[in-house]
Design a protein around this ligand. Structure first.
Ligand SMILES: [Zn+2]
Ligand SMILES: [Zn+2]
Length: 186
């Protein structure tokens, strides 16, 4: 049995957490990890007990929803609340952090930020991370691991091509079939 790699495991955790987000504009999840252990997680949402964007609509001021606390911040604040050190920790987050979260991440002593998707990657955030010696790693998330499958597209293509030869189906038709199938699989 092939076990899931750590990076994908923690990234999967952040994606799972993001499903709890109450802001409809963007669902973000963050996980803080120390020594391969998850110490905190957060999603973007309103303060505990507050109105949710999902029910009341976003509270947009100057292009940003100000109702929510960002996932990265929520994860850091969970550590503050329950007393877990974030020094030299790693963060796994679904989207590239904004400038405000970037500063909090640096100040909390987090040393590595792994993100799955680019999101308005602000040049100032990139500059600050660099200045602070925070390592940035883009780790695209492979959602197939949630279904316990490992999809090898090249293998599928070869199988279809071979089947096409066996069945005397024209190769372009086989290519089309392959594209159709892989689109459905992704
Ligand atoms: Zn919102
Ligand atoms: Zn943020």
């Amino acid at each position: 049995m092939k076990r899931i790699a750590w990076d994908q495991f923690f990234m999967a955790q952040s994606h799972l957490i993001s499903s709890r987000s109450t802001c409809t504009r963007l669902m973000v999840g963050a996980t803080i990890v120390r020594d391969k252990r998850i110490i905190a997680g957060g999603y973007n949402g309103s303060i505990a007990g507050g109105d949710h964007c999902a029910e009341h609509g976003c509270l947009v001021v100057e292009g940003h929803c100000i109702r929510t606390i960002h996932a990265e911040m929520n994860a850091i604040l969970q550590c503050a609340k329950f007393g877990a050190s974030t020094d030299k920790a790693e963060m796994y987050v679904t989207h590239f952090p904004c400038v405000a979260c970037c500063k909090s991440i640096i100040q909390a002593g987090i040393k590595t930020v792994c993100y799955a998707e680019d999101y308005k990657n602000h040049p100032y955030a990139i500059e600050l991370f660099e200045q602070a010696g925070v390592e940035l790693k883009k780790i695209p998330f492979d959602s197939h691991i949630f279904r316990g499958e490992e999809i090898n597209k090249a293998e599928i293509l070869n199988e279809i091509k071979q089947a096409a030869i066996d069945e005397k189906i024209p190769e372009e038709y086989a290519e089309k079939l392959y594209l159709n199938m892989t689109n459905r699989l992704s």
